[in-house]
Write a protein that binds this ligand. Structure first.
Ligand code: ASC
Length: 128
């Protein structure tokens, strides 16, 4: 799938960037930094949910060295890493469903748990 470990690193970073961009827009709408727009929320949530499925294919063996903040635990404790990824994807899917309701309150309620899932993984598996 990837020619070189660097390609896998680039791929997963790009996927995280796309996810964070669209998740960030949902956050801005959830907390009122930008006006709530149900259609825009649904569009951004779709993309964030889709992007949430992508990065983990990039954590291939041998891609622990190079331009990456990934800790060795990604590979040495891979069951836990996979579970953390799955949790994030699950919360992101719930956020997507919430966004589809057209309710800002539903968006707000579903936003926090995704952020917690992001943070949980960063704390355990990402270097400063
Ligand atoms: C974001 C983003 C993250 C998470 C994290 C949550 O919007 O880019 O990495 O939320 O900050 O704690």
């Amino acid at each position: 799938q990837f020619q070189k470990p660097e390609d896998a690193i680039k791929y997963r970073k790009a996927a995280f960037t796309v996810m964070a961009t669209h998740f960030g827009r949902l956050g801005a709408m959830a907390n009122g930094r930008i006006p709530f727009d149900a259609k825009l929320a649904a569009e951004n949530a779709d993309i964030a949910a889709m992007a949430s499925k992508l990065p983990f294919a990039g954590f291939v063996e041998g891609s622990d060295k190079g331009d990456t903040k990934a800790k060795p635990e990604v590979w040495s404790d891979s069951e836990k890493f996979k579970a953390a990824a799955a949790k994030m994807q699950e919360e992101m899917a719930k956020l997507n469903a919430a966004a589809k309701t057209g309710s800002q309150d539903a968006l707000k309620a579903a936003f926090g748990p995704v952020g917690q899932a992001c943070k949980g993984c960063h704390d355990n598996f990402r270097k400063e």
